[in-house]
Design a binder for this molecule. Structure first.
Ligand code: UGA
Length: 434
């Protein structure tokens, strides 16, 4: 089927390339001419493992343009995958979504199903239906919701092997078109509902996961005080199939472009409907406090409890491994706190260094290193802030030869205490007994 994808950001691009892979003819449109000309040359503007190769393999099925009429021509379905930035009150700003919908209606030369892929508040499909009602177009437009559940860093796998595909349809034609679009997947993967429920499913899923992370982080705090073992606790509760073993890794708090924004947005939706989401409010607070708690934890590794003039190496700046994304990254917040406390920081990240330099340009005493061991050399303390796989393979003999420090603070719990102690290092981690 011929599909149009409006917006070549993270969601739009991954979806477009995966739709091309499963046999659709996909036209991608974006207003950013530089981005489109790069994409035409096969250059992907984001770091996502496997995406470049997948684009190269499926380039015959995919085209990129800045011309909306060209992108819309002959397509039966149009996905809106533009940004929904956070407004001042925490609500999702719908201006890009609604103007994309208006432009689709004004520039289409045949009937279409308009599908929102962006994360949008409940009632957005109805707002698009109003735009259609108020337009002068002679064509028949239907509106559906199809939220995405892709994770940065594993987006291709998430698309190709989904737990479920949520389809919010209020009419038979949208149902038929979306079922055809996802024909590649087993029919039982498709969860069909109405557009309002579909819109809320996305927020509910992200809120639940965010709360789950805060829960395990708070359990780690309790383990720290009671002398219990967070790793074993996490494994044991995860074995209960009602709880599940995923998203139970304690850490420096959640970040990224989705959870922090989406939990604010669902809170805003609840406030507008006079519903008290106290659990979500607590989640927001718990995650907010986490970064300053982590900074205090780092300082405690010095005898005087002070970061002043201490040489701290921060390994990992991205909000999680396998991405160059630093939006709401706890590692970045911690580096800012270290800098404010007059530490001397050397920072390394395999992919997020350039983005970090920009974000941290107004902060003092930060040296960005292109090499992992250059960052570690001559430091007083090593902090692991993002769980990049290469950090698990640290060469401890090499570390001993380039720095006198024998202290590691692991905010991602990537090592075992015994292993690190055997290497001759003092190991502090999340949930470690004081
Ligand atoms: C998240 C959701 O997982 C996706 O399903 C969703 O499609 C996406 O948001 C979105 O709304 O677009 P993403 O932001 O890429 O995906 O990242 P996650 O892997 O979910 O991680 C989010 C944060 O939670 C990271 O900072 C990560 O380090 C943290 N985390 C995750 C933990 O601290 N502990 C865990 O056990 C898991």
């Amino acid at each position: 089927m011929k599909l149009t994808i409006i917006g070549s950001g993270y969601v739009g691009l991954v979806s477009a390339i995966c739709f091309a892979k499963i046999g659709h003819e996909v036209a991608c449109i974006d207003k950013d001419e530089n981005k489109i000309s790069s994409l035409k040359k096969g250059i992907i503007p984001i770091y996502e493992p496997g995406l470049k190769e997948m684009l190269a393999e499926n380039s015959a099925n995919i085209s990129f343009t800045t011309d909306l009429s060209e992108a819309l021509s002959d397509s039966e379905a149009v996905f809106i995958a533009v940004g929904t930035p956070q407004g001042e009150d925490g609500s999702a700003d719908l201006s890009y979504v609604l103007s994309a919908a208006k432009e689709i209606v004004e520039n289409s030369q045949e009937d279409k199903v308009i599908i929102t892929k962006s994360t949008v508040p409940v009632g957005t499909a109805d707002k698009i239906r109003d735009i259609i009602k108020n337009s002068a177009s002679k064509f028949d437009f239907k509106v559906a919701s199809n939220p995405e559940f892709l994770r940065e860093g594993s987006a291709i796998q998430d698309f190709m092997e989904p737990d479920r595909i949520v389809i919010g349809v209020n009419d038979k034609k949208s149902d038929k078109i979306l079922s055809e679009i996802y024909h590649y997947f087993a029919p039982e993967k498709l969860v069909k509902t109405d557009s309002k429920t579909s819109e809320l499913i996305k927020y509910a899923a992200n809120s639940f996961l965010a709360a789950k992370i805060c829960f395990i982080n708070e359990m780690a705090d309790l383990c720290e005080k009671t002398g219990s073992n967070i790793k074993e606790l996490s494994q044991a509760i995860g074995l209960d199939s009602r709880i599940g073993d995923k998203f139970l890794n304690p850490g420096p708090g959640f970040g990224g472009s989705c959870f922090p924004k989406d939990i604010m947005a669902i809170l805003n939706i609840a406030q507008q409907n006079n519903v008290n989401l106290s659990l979500i409010s607590s989640t927001i607070n718990s995650n907010k406090n986490r970064k300053s708690e982590m900074t205090k934890k780092i300082a405690k590794n010095f005898d005087d409890n002070s970061l002043e003039n201490k040489k701290v190496t921060v390994l990992g700046l991205a909000f999680k491994a396998n991405t160059d994304d630093i939006r709401y990254s706890p590692a970045i917040e911690i580096v800012k706190n270290l800098s404010k406390n007059n530490a001397i920081i050397k920072a390394f990240d395999p992919e997020a260094l350039e983005n970090s330099k920009q974000e941290l340009k107004n902060y003092q005493n930060i040296i960005f290193c292109n090499d992992l061991y250059e960052a570690i050399s001559d430091c007083d303390l090593i902090v692991i802030a993002t769980e990049w796989p290469e950090f698990k393979k640290l060469d401890f003999n090499k570390i001993k030869s380039i720095t006198k420090s024998r202290k590691i603070v692991d905010l991602r719990n990537i090592f075992d205490l015994e292993f690190i102690e055997d290497q001759g290092f003092k190991y502090d981690f999340i949930g470690k007994k004081n």
